[in-house]
Write a protein that binds this ligand. Structure first.
Ligand code: CTP
Ligand SMILES: C[C@](O)(CO)[C@H](O)COP(=O)(O)O
Length: 233
C-alpha cells in the first residue's frame, strides 16, 4: 500500500485572545471565512487523501461553510486543548488510514500558508525517519522576562525558530506521542513537542513568515494583506 497523506485541521478553539463574539476561524476574510481559506489548499491538493477538521462541540458555524458536505472533508469532535483535538482527529481516520501514513497538522487559524511551502514540507519529509514542521528563524533579539516585566536575561537567538504549521508526522508515531504526553499531564501546545518527548528530533523546514496564526484582532487585516500579496484574493 502506498503511503498516503492526510490533513488534520484543529479548529475547535474559542479565540479568547481575539476577543470576538465569533470564533476566529469563522471570521470573515475577503468574503470567505478564515477556515475556508485554510481548507482550500488541502482539499484541492491532489496528494492529500482526505481532511479531518476538529470542531468544537458547540460549533454552530461549520454547516454554513462551503466545505461542510465536501466528500474529502470529515469532522471530529474537538477537545479541551489543541492536543486533545488533534488526537480526536487522528481517531477519525481509524479504518481508513494506516499507521505509516503521514498526517499534516495545520492550524485552521493559519489561512496564509503558501502552496510552495506545503510542497517543500512534504517533499522534504517524505523519506524522513521522524517528520518535522515549517518554521522561521527568529529575527529579533530575544529577552527572557524576570519579575515586574524587567529583563532577566538576553537569550542567544542564533538557533531559535518560530514553530509554525503544518507539522508532519507518521500517524502511528504522532498518536503514540500525544497519548504519552497527555498521560504525563503534558498539554503540549504543538505536535512536535509530543514527538520531542519521545527523544526524537523533528526537522525544521524554513517557510515564509506570512504563514501567520490569526491570534489577536490586529492579525486579521494582516492576513488580508498577505493573501492579497499572494494574489489569492
Ligand atoms: N481546544 C482547542 C484549542 C485550539 N484549537 C485550534 O488550534 C489552533 C491554534 O490554537 P489557538 O491559536 O490557540 O486558537 P484558540 O485556542 O482559539 O485561541 P485562544 O488561545 O486565544 O483562545 C486553532 O486553529 C484552534 O482552533 C483546537 O482545535 N482545539
Ligand atoms: C501549533 C502552533 O501554532 C505552533 O506555533 C502553536 O503552538 C499553537 O499555540 P496556541 O496557543 O494553540 O495558539
Amino acid at each position: 500500500m502506498t503511503t498516503r497523506l492526510w490533513a488534520i485541521l484543529p479548529a475547535a478553539g474559542v479565540g479568547r485572545r481575539m476577543g470576538s463574539a465569533v470564533p476566529k476561524q469563522y471570521l470573515e476574510l475577503a468574503s470567505r471565512t478564515v477556515i475556508e481559506h485554510t481548507l482550500e489548499l488541502f482539499v484541492d491538493h491532489a496528494r492529500i487523501a482526505g481532511v479531518v477538521v476538529a470542531l468544537g462541540v458547540e460549533d454552530g458555524y461549520w454547516e454554513a461553510t462551503a466545505y461542510a458536505t465536501h466528500p474529502k472533508v470529515r469532522r471530529a469532535p474537538g477537545g479541551a486543548e489543541r492536543c486533545h483535538s488533534v488526537l480526536n482527529a487522528l481517531a477519525a481516520l481509524d479504518g481508513q488510514a494506516d499507521a505509516d501514513d503521514w498526517v499534516l497538522v495545520h492550524d485552521a487559524a493559519r489561512p496564509c500558508l503558501r502552496l510552495d511551502d506545503l510542497e517543500r514540507l512534504i517533499d522534504g519529509l517524505l523519506d524522513d525517519d521522524v517528520g518535522g514542521l515549517l518554521g522561521i528563524p527568529v529575527r529579533d533579539t530575544m529577552k527572557r522576562a524576570g519579575s515586574g516585566e524587567r529583563i532577566d536575561t538576553t537569550v542567544d537567538r542564533s538557533s531559535l525558530w518560530h514553530a509554525y504549521t503544518p507539522q508532519m508526522f507518521r500517524l502511528g508515531l504522532l498518536r503514540r506521542a500525544l497519548h504519552e504526553a497527555l498521560e504525563a499531564g503534558d498539554l503540549v501546545t504543538d505536535d512536535a513537542s509530543a514527538i520531542e518527548r519521545l527523544g526524537l528530533a523533528p526537522r525544521l523546514i524554513e517557510g515564509h513568515a506570512d504563514n501567520i496564526k490569526i491570534t489577536r484582532a490586529e492579525d486579521l487585516p494582516l492576513a488580508h494583506f498577505h493573501l492579497q500579496r499572494q494574489g489569492r484574493i
